[in-house]
Design a protein around this ligand. Sequence first.
Ligand code: HEC
Ligand code: HEC
Length: 367
Amino acid sequence: MSIKSMANIGFLLAITWLLCSCQPDKVPAYDWKLPVGFPAPLVPVDNPMTQAKVALGEQIFFDRGLSFNRSLACASCHQPEFAFSEPKPFAVGATGQRLRRNTQALVNVAYNSNLTWAHSGLNNIEQQILIPMFAEDPIELGITGHEQEVLQRFQQDNYPPLFLAAFENSDPSFERIVQALASYVRSLISFNSAFDRYAYNADDGALSASAIRGMNLFFSERLECFHCHGGVNFTQASQHENQRLDLRPFHNTGLYDVDGLGTFPQEDQGLIEITLDKADMGRFRAPSLRNVALTAPYMHDGSFDSLSQVIDFYANGGRGAGVNSPIKSVFITGFYLTDDEKTDLLAFLHSLTDETFLAVSQTKRKK
Ligand code: HEC
Ligand code: HEC
């Protein structure tokens, strides 16, 4: 081989290397479609976001074949028209067994540092999804004991090409199902409410005068709402690429006090069940308030029917004996609100509804 042709090969290699370094990844980066300047969520390195996984996850999310008796899909409880919550106090599993908690909305879950109503150790959506799939008490989808039967359903219909696109392998496995579902849940991003247009897009006309007054009340020291429902996602329980701090966002809001010591009913005592720390009695995660007008009933046990009742509860500084709970949060002190101010605060909470998020969810549902 001549010196000249070796030089040519070197040149070719250099070109190839250049091309490769320009495109280190053949999978295009996932487009979160975030407003300019918004931080991206953190995603586990072993389950990077791809459009193909989201598409597969979406199909599975709406498929009743994921429950052992084909009666329930994730979407049966997490219904898109209610911002992926459901309009009843308690969820009901595939065998009719009642769960003890209200179905949570799935809005910007990708930003949540802690998952579910009250758990300090559940930080990863892949982990959380195993609960509805495999839990035996209470049964949600009830897959345990029916693994092969359920998996076989995902070898049919249009699943093989979807698995192939997502994982370069058309074989369904529970690991892949969970990864796809988690990617779909992460894709449910909502940052286009009237409030966002006003606050981040300089659209001064997006909020009514009443909603603006309500916003100022929400962020006032008099009402204290923002202490627990603060930040870009209206919950302290957030993390993203610019903020990785875990703020341990669990609070006792004075909903109950059965013994004068602040004890919650046996049925559900919140974070203490996980940590066994007395200080965590009755502590629950402050949920995001995005799309909250659609997610009634409210609180972990769905014990308020309307936002109006929730506001009265905060104005009262708790509920029933809970008002005098010795362990409720120092931010739940009660306040006086005129009827007009209450109307304003409600207008603000309604301005957190994102019509585009709902429209996208609706088309997904019709598929
Ligand atoms: C029987 C009704 C029901 C079904 C079916 C169900 N969920 Fe849920 N989901 C709930 C309830 C109730 C909670 C709150 C659980 C808690 O706090 O203990 C929840 C919580 C969640 C959360 C945590 C959200 C957050 O902000 O922390 C995610 C994520 C989730 N579900 C995803 C799914 C997926 C994916 C499926 C399908 C595999 C599914 N769920 C099936 C009722 C259901
Ligand atoms: C001390 C922290 C704290 C403060 C202050 C606070 N919240 Fe909350 N908020 C929570 C927690 C925790 C929950 C969930 C409680 C539960 O489920 O038992 C909650 C639940 C809610 C809910 C129900 C959401 C749902 O999806 O069910 C709404 C609405 C709400 N808060 C609005 C407000 C408003 C408005 C204010 C100000 C007047 C406020 N919060 C002040 C911590 C707080």
